[in-house]
Ligand binder design. Structure first.
Ligand code: ZN
Length: 146
């Protein structure tokens, strides 16, 4: 394992062991989406609260592999307090990055860059993206109201 891969692995394990923004809320202003990945046993729920076109808060809960659970934590940190459009741009480009397609490298992905390594393991790409897919659907519901 080279130094960069080692760093990425540390970031993933840190978010797995010490997840940020974990735990769901009963607040009905939050939109919720639940997605399962049967091939790996991943089960993730994302809640987001959007106000004035800005993602004010993201909560998550679930169980599964380290890649899936940690990515929910990473996105909750990265996308919080961003305008919905910007958060969706991050999500779209993250999905491209994982799929090994050209993506907007000017976006500051911070800890989310750690998942680049998943590209080498196509069977795990779903693990790295389901939390993001769930997030997208929680904010797209809000979009339809415009
Ligand atoms: Zn998984």
């Amino acid at each position: 394992m080279n130094r960069l891969e080692n760093l990425y692995r540390k970031i993933i394990m840190d978010h797995y062991k010490n997840p940020r923004n974990k735990g769901l809320t009963d607040d009905t202003r939050y939109k919720q989406e639940h997605i399962k990945n049967p091939s790996c046993g991943d089960d993730v729920t994302i809640q987001s609260f959007v106000e004035d076109g800005v993602v004010k808060d993201i909560r998550h809960d679930g169980s599964g592999c380290s890649i899936c659970c940690s990515s929910a934590s990473v996105l909750s940190v990265l996308l919080k307090d961003r305008p919905v459009k910007e958060a969706l741009a991050f999500s779209e480009n993250y999905t491209k990055m994982i799929a090994n397609q050209p993506y907007d490298e000017t976006l500051e992905f911070e800890d989310a860059l750690a998942y680049q390594g998943v590209r080498k393991f196509p069977a795990r790409t779903k693990c790295a993206t389901i939390a993001w897919k769930a997030f997208e659907s929680t904010v797209k519901v809000e979009d339809n109201d415009e």
